[in-house]
Design a protein around this ligand. Structure first.
Ligand code: MSP
Length: 639
């Protein structure tokens, strides 16, 4: 039995509206929490808000309201966003709650008693924004080395935590536990930082300067430094000093997820605080990278702060969740752009998965009356074996990938099944089997296999795209209790035949981009103008012609002429809209080898994107599609 899994996000400051940075960490934590629950591991997922400190006090003052009223209002923005993004947190801690403030005060008392805190006069440079002191050598031209704002000289009496005395122990602990601070590069950074003598930490602020904080229990003129207060949330929320059994169940945390900018506070302040309290260390502190937006730093002053609500509204919650974790390796910085998101949505979701799902459901409807047939002896044993092995081994591979927080790789592993599924349909060609009554059982087996693949995909997608998985299950005609340990075993053959499917709306719609060639049906005319000028061979060579196999076809709504085709051109599947509906019904051309113009700029025809053109003979009306008389692979160059 694996030990319980306890994962945390940073608690977010309530002086600001939530942005993609906040959404990123919380979605990542959600994926891990959901995954571990599905594998049967007891899981606790904590997030919350950091509500004390100067920034919040100032933000409240600006609005002329009392800080508590201000935080009560702003906290709902985070809570509402998490609901919208389907975040499955087990608890939400606010640092203004009594269950938290009491624990902070008790810890302070205990540390004072042990001699770990002392009072001293301090003179130094203070950064108002970062709410921390800097030494003379840290300050760069009168500015804070962290946020680059001017620092102020401040002399005051304060309370200090004897952090420095834990330095040697901390270095040893980091060295002895390779998974303690990750990724590797960040671990080295912290070890580098610890080569300098570690000073003590000022943990109080005089009320005369800042009143919005937890009062020190032993000195009425002071409040607690916001970081000393905030970090304690990780234990106050799980019953430290209040509910022993609960605390013992969850502590030590399995993973603290943080952004790279708050790694020092977690890996140095928090760990030494815990050590002083005599508590165990968290297993892993993982620092992820930062998002830029269209290549620029995200900031209010630049006006480019990405609102997760707007993204969810425009692209759908699950597509947004998918993109954030697929686009960039988790420890690295990455760039957010709508263009990149649209590309991934259209190619990986709409094309890869959407096609697999829609084609499979359509075929069960068309060839089996909408009822999933039973599995039968297979025609393509090799590919089926590969699929079964890929599914059966996927859970172990995800354990490894997600254990290393390689979300993008985990998704790649899942997409391998999507690819195999698409390949399987093309190779089995159910539309051909359907025409041959002697192939009835083979067809049944293919349809069953397609459904089973989709069943497993619904399961494996769930941590990343929970709403989509639920909708997929519905379309497959089944109920999956995703909160049960459904991934505890992954054995092929779990999908039951005889189920009536319920094909509904497409779950992975394409995002339509602005048309580059706003021509309606005109470009479907393949006839040349009567006086066509001669062109050079160079001109001709500009046109890239390729063979492609039509793997799906359907009519374009409200058009008598247009068919929407999915054409496999070896390296990718293209969506091509062709004016051939007067000549061909969709089922006539599925499986046919055609010739396409592969480098034609995408255009929209009747609102549907077309990424190329199929060649056909005929003047006003299409008389026949072009093909190749020998059987060649899709994607072969035509010259
Ligand atoms: N309140 C503290 C954390 C206390 S934890 C005991 C705090 N809050 S914050 O709201 O300012 O930031 C929260 C998180 O957002 C940090 O992990 C930070 O790294 C992350 N991000 C802020 N901007 C970001 C990007 N542009 N990209 C990715 N994450 C970013 O710090």
């Amino acid at each position: 039995m694996k030990p319980p899994f306890y994962i945390t996000t940073p608690i977010y400051y309530v002086n600001d509206v939530p942005h993609i940075g906040h959404a990123y960490t919380t979605i990542a934590a959600d994926v891990l929490a959901r995954y571990h629950r599905m594998t049967g591991r007891q899981t606790f997922f904590l997030t919350g808000t950091d509500e004390h400190g100067q920034k919040v006090q100032q933000a409240a003052e600006k609005q002329g309201v009392d800080p508590q009223a201000y935080t009560d209002r702003i906290v709902t923005r985070f809570q509402d966003l998490w609901q919208r993004l389907t975040i499955s947190n087990s608890d939400f801690i606010r640092t203004t709650e009594t269950r938290h403030t009491t624990v902070v005060r008790e810890i302070l008392d205990a540390l004072l008693e042990k001699g770990d805190l002392y009072e001293n006069t301090y003179e130094g440079w203070y950064c108002l924004f970062d709410e921390r002191f800097w030494t003379e050598k840290d300050v760069v031209d009168g500015n804070c080395p962290d946020c680059h704002r001017p620092v102020e000289q401040i002399k005051e009496s304060n309370y200090f935590f004897r952090m420095g005395q834990h330095q040697d122990w901390l270095i040893k602990h980091i060295n002895a536990n390779p998974n303690f601070i990750r990724p590797e590069s960040r671990r080295n950074e912290v070890l580098g930082f610890l080569q300098q003598p570690l000073g003590d930490l000022c943990i109080s602020r005089p009320k005369s300067r800042l009143s919005w904080g937890i009062p020190l229990p032993f000195a009425k003129d002071y409040v607690t430094y916001v970081w000393f207060d905030a970090l304690v949330n990780y234990i106050s929320a799980i019953g430290y000093l209040a509910d022993d059994a609960k605390f013992k169940t969850w502590w030590p945390a399995s993973i603290h997820l943080v952004g790279k900018d708050i790694l020092t506070t977690h890996s140095v302040y928090w760990t030494t605080m815990l050590h002083a309290m005599g508590l165990e260390m968290p297993k892993t502190i993982f620092a992820h990278g930062w998002w830029t937006v269209d290549g620029e730093k995200m900031s209010k002053s630049r006006g480019n702060v990405v609102d997760p609500n707007a993204m969810a509204q425009e692209f759908g919650v699950d597509a947004f969740r998918y993109f954030l974790l697929r686009e960039v390796p988790f420890g690295q910085d990455g760039d957010f752009s709508k263009t990149a998101m649209i590309q991934r949505i259209n190619s990986e979701l709409a094309n890869d998965v959407g096609n697999l799902l829609n084609r499979s459901l359509t075929m069960v409807e068309r060839f089996a009356g909408g009822i999933v047939p039973p599995p039968r002896p297979s025609q393509d044993r090799d590919l089926e074996r590969e699929i079964k092995e890929a599914v059966a081994g996927l859970k172990d591979r995800l354990d490894t990938r997600l254990g290393a927080l390689e979300f993008h790789r985990a998704l790649e592993e899942i997409w391998r099944i999507v690819e195999l599924g698409n390949q399987y349909i093309e190779r089995s060609a159910p539309w051909k089997l359907a025409k041959d009554p002697t192939k009835k059982e083979t067809l049944e087996n293919v349809l069953y296999t397609q459904m089973e693949i989709l069943y497993w995909l619904a399961l494996f997608f769930y941590p990343f795209m929970p709403t989509t998985s639920e909708a997929m299950a519905k379309q497959l005609g089944i109920t999956i209790h995703f909160s049960d340990p459904v991934l505890a075993t992954t054995k092929w053959g779990a999908f039951l035949p005889g189920i009536t499917i319920a094909k509904g709306q497409p779950l992975f719609p394409r995002v339509e981009t602005k048309p580059t060639q706003p021509e309606p049906e005109a470009s479907t005319k393949q006839a040349a103008a009567p006086e066509t000028p001669q062109i050079s061979i160079e001109d001709f060579q500009k046109v890239q012609l390729k063979t492609g196999k039509v793997i799906a076809a359907e009519a374009v709504l409200k058009s008598k002429k247009l068919l929407k085709l999915q054409v496999d051109i070896g390296t990718e599947t293209r969506q091509i809209v062709a004016g051939i509906a007067t000549k061909y019904a969709p089922e006539d051309i599925i499986g046919k080898l055609v010739v396409i113009v592969a480098n034609l700029k995408p255009a929209k025809l009747m609102g549907v994107e077309s990424q190329g053109m199929v060649l056909a003979a005929g003047d006003k009306e299409v008389e026949g599609l072009l093909s190749v008389i020998e059987s060649v692979e899709p994607g072969t160059k035509v010259k």
